[in-house]
Design a protein around this ligand. Structure first.
Ligand code: HEM
Length: 509
């Protein structure tokens, strides 16, 4: 046998390891992340805990920062480290920016993907997002409805004053306040009288509560999509009925507005007006825009904006009642910036630095969406060296990441001071830091950050400036959580307000 030429030896010496490397990495990259074994057919379904955020955190402690879990016929991926969150939400954002809508979500959102939350990234999603972020939720959009917002806050202030000395369900009041603010930003004064507005508000409240409850209910149709047509738990049927009720309510409001336009009334500057304009134009040339989009967007705002905001305010108040030194410091700041001879206004908010730190700390310990809204890759991909199947649901456990003891000193302590100074300022709501991102990050970041910031700060400022708060006799502070599509307090915060402004008339000004 002829000896090999030196060039061939070199070639073989390079080729063999290269082929081996490709085989090994390819095999490795087809490997799903580690995770619980589960049972045949049902996977880990029988073992999941309803408090999914803590259940997933427990699995991550065992299986690592990326894990896979089979629930029925679907594989879900859970991410629990800042590095991998960055990979999914920033480095590979263009691949991971899609969603898998639950069956219930499809049923309620006006013909499937008519809304922002459910739409895959594309011309339609861009148009819907631009409308929301640039028209309704931009600084100028929010400024347009400042007076309506102030009106709602003042009526909550009056109501709370009538309840002085009595137990108040803080979350329920804040839910009502937020709902009224969001609906008035959407369709302004379209609904005539106060009593008519109150009736619409209360119907909405009931519907939104039922919709969010059902969105958080485990559904066989999602675990076994082949069974979805049978709607075994009746969830789709219920959601379709809710959608019809929303449809009727929205149709009535839209009709009233169109009639007002025909009668040549004053031109409104609210969100409904700019959506109706877009509907008349039929879209932006790249995507169509129909009446279904108008209704689906209205629903997005109500469902996405109310409980997230009001629960954050409730958590902030609950944490401060547990940590009275924080509450006192926030009130001292309010006294020095606003005093007690006038009611706090939105224009005071930029000067309330400590209050802003309180909100940041609340969203660190209690992010409203603990697993965010699941993302989904548009193609099979590799994350952290593991295979992530196309169309799988990817949960990012922001709740666990924001309690990571490697990043946060005494992570379970409620300590707003950690957001002070240059070190603290780096954590904000822009999603640029992957150890703190309560509003998400990347192109799917929350569309309502500007409104959420304003609403949470204004609400907490009003509650603390106008009242002292205490728990009813014998009630202990309780900070237990209840997982849902939006994280709740397990026991609603009931507390007693005592007026602290200098004159009673101020509550009715
Ligand atoms: C404290 C209050 C809030 C928190 C903590 C919050 C948090 C979030 C998070 C984590 C996401 C998912 C991000 C992702 O998937 O990467 C999201 C999405 C969204 N939020 Fe918020 N949110 C709040 C308030 C609001 C408000 C007031 C509105 C509107 C009125 C709103 C509208 C939306 C919409 C439309 C989306 C979907 C965005 C998309 O898929 O492109 N949110 N929010």
């Amino acid at each position: 046998m002829q000896p090999m030429a030196p060039a061939n030896v070199l070639y073989a010496a390079l080729l063999v390891p290269t082929v081996l490397y490709l085989v090994v990495t390819r095999r490795r990259s087809r490997r799903l992340p580690p995770g619980p074994a589960g049972l045949p057919l049902v996977g880990s379904l029988p073992f999941i805990d309803p408090n999914l955020h803590t259940y997933f955190a427990g699995l991550a402690a065992k299986h690592g920062p990326i894990l896979s879990i089979r629930l029925g016929s679907k594989v879900d991926i859970v991410i629990t480290s800042p590095e991998l969150a960055r990979e999914v939400l920033r480095d590979q954002d263009s691949v991971f920016a899609n969603r898998v809508m639950p069956d219930a979500g499809n049923a309620v959102s006006f013909g499937g993907v008519q809304n922002i939350v459910g739409n895959p990234v594309g011309p339609m999603w861009r148009l819907l997002r631009r409308l929301c972020v640039h028209e309704m939720l931009s600084p100028s959009g929010l400024a347009n409805v400042h007076d309506l917002r102030r009106h709602e806050f003042r009526s909550t202030l009056r109501y709370l004053h009538t309840k002085s000395g009595e137990p108040v369900d803080v979350g329920a009041q804040m839910f009502l306040n937020t709902m009224n603010v969001i609906t008035s930003a959407m369709w302004g004064g379209t609904i005539g009288s106060e009593s008519e507005r109150a009736a619409v508000g209360s119907e909405f409240r009931g519907l939104v509560a039922e919709v969010t409850e059902l969105l958080g209910t485990p559904n066989v149709s999602d675990f076994f999509p082949a069974l979805a047509p049978f709607d075994l738990q009746g969830i789709r049927g219920k959601m379709e009925r809710f959608r019809s009720r929303f449809d009727l309510m929205f149709a009535k409001i839209i009709q009233q507005r169109m009639k007002a336009q025909q009668d040549g009334g004053e031109t409104a500057t609210d969100f409904l007006e700019c959506m109706l304009k877009m509907e008349k134009e039929g879209g932006d040339g790249k995507a169509p825009f129909t009446m279904d989009n108008v209704k689906a967007l209205l629903l997005d705002m109500v469902v996405g904006g109310t409980e997230t905001t009001s629960n954050t305010v409730e958590w902030a108040m609950a944490e401060m009642l547990q940590n009275p030194q924080v509450l006192k410091k926030a009130q001292q700041e309010l006294d020095s910036v606003v005093g007690r001879d006038e009611v706090v206004e939105e224009w005071h908010l930029p000067q309330l630095h400590y209050l802003r730190m309180v909100i940041k700390e609340t969203l660190r310990l209690h992010p409203a969406l603990p697993l965010m809204v699941p993302h989904s890759p548009s193609a099979a991909w590799t994350v952290g060296g593991y295979h992530v199947p196309e169309g799988s649901r990817v949960f990012v456990n922001v709740w666990a990441i924001q309690r990571n003891p490697l990043v946060w000193n005494e992570p379970l302590e409620f300590n707003p001071e950690r957001f002070a100074g240059d070190e603290g300022h780096k954590w904000d709501f822009t999603g640029s830091q992957f150890d703190y991102f309560p509003f998400g990050s990347g192109r799917r970041i929350c569309a309502g950050i500007a409104m959420a910031e304003k609403m949470t700060a204004y609400s907490v400022a009003m509650l603390l400036q106008a009242f002292d708060w205490k728990l009813p006799q014998g009630v202990q502070p309780d900070l237990s959580e209840k997982f849902g599509i939006v994280m709740k307090k397990a026991a609603p915060l009931v507390a007693i307000p005592t007026p602290r402004l200098s004159k009673p008339e101020l509550y009715y000004s």
